[in-house]
Design a protein around this ligand. Sequence first.
Ligand code: URA
Length: 441
Amino acid sequence: MRMYDLITKKKHGEALTNEEIKFMVEGYVKGEIPDYQMSSMLMAIWFKGMNDEEITELTMNMAKSGDMIDLSAIEGLKVDKHSTGGVGDKTTLVVSPIVAACGGKVAKMSGRGLGHTGGTVDKLEAIPGYRTTLDRKEFFDTVNKCGMSLIGQSGNLAPADKKLYALRDVTATVDSIPLIASSIMSKKLAAGSDCILLDVKTGSGAFMKTLDDSIKLAQTMVAIGEGAGRRTMALITDMDTPLGYGIGNSLEVMESMDVLKGKGPKDLTEVCLQLAANMLYLIGVHDDLDECRKAAEKVIEDGSAFEAFCTMVREQGGDDSVLRDYTKFAQAPYTQEVLADKDGFVTRMNAEEVGVTSVVLGAGRETKESDIDFSAGLVIHKKPGDEVKKGESLVTLYTSKKEALAEAERMYREAVIIGSEKPAVEPLVYARVEKDKVEKY
Ligand code: URA
């Protein structure tokens, strides 16, 4: 078999056979297929797509390229959650302790920030002392003891995805349904949970910009998960506007803790409650989704979800006192307000540009090697629909790089549009996708 022939086949829109996909994934992981040929294949897939059988085969081969984690040492039903990536998306920090406090088990391996989107592992590392690398036994023991453990992806989890993702990132081939679906589902299947809830983001800050594409991506991933014997569902949630008000690593931990303390922003709280309710539904805590939601609300009200998070943080070496007293987080030495230059309403906010602004301030990586500034980021004061008066603050910028402030202010101003008409309120959750069923809200 020759990679050249497979590229030619895909270029003409033909389906690859199971043997061909296996040859391609194995050859690429072993280094026998060079990046330039795989880049060409990725671009051919981007243009010509893949049928369901090809996507499933690609996913399974990517999943099996490394460890397939056996979570049977953890008692009870394990539920995982995965977001397709967004700005201000800190829901894992909120939903995992909610599920744990309700009796579910969350053994979750998360990723780092990617481009304009943040990553859970970077956020967790903003908590002093918190260890995101545990050996397998410590990981299982922590889940058994705390109901949850949040760590980084182990070195050998779906290495095919690691290699392919890095290549897609630099060859403009990230935003392709077969490639995103196989990337995400290969990691989820390898990570071993019985149930998987997918949070598929839609809008300007998401990889999928339209609702139709987001639903198609969700259906593709749900079909792969169900086909592999895992209970899988998806919610399509808004990422046209950043989620919550804080963007940046410690700022996002603080906002997540506010939600767990019952005083978080409405949008973030609502999305988290819906995600948590669906996770509880998947593992059968209640047969009825409304009952699952009530259970999620209750563990926020009685403080047990917050305590579950603190317990896990201590167990993993972190200082949970910062979660009670936010002044103990490293503080950014420079702050700046961006003031409105006219009266009106915030009519639009480009989530991707807001995400890039936070990267410029130091909250994300400019290059793979860059260090993260945990204190950097921004706190939005006015979101779409809010009235604003000239001279009022739209956002506070936080950074350790004074020289970044001017550029960040310029970018933020470009990301936010102030108009004279109050815009219509967009939904936070657009749809719920189950096997063979799409429910639009
Ligand atoms: N997240 C992933 O893990 N993979 C993708 O391709 C996109 C988002």
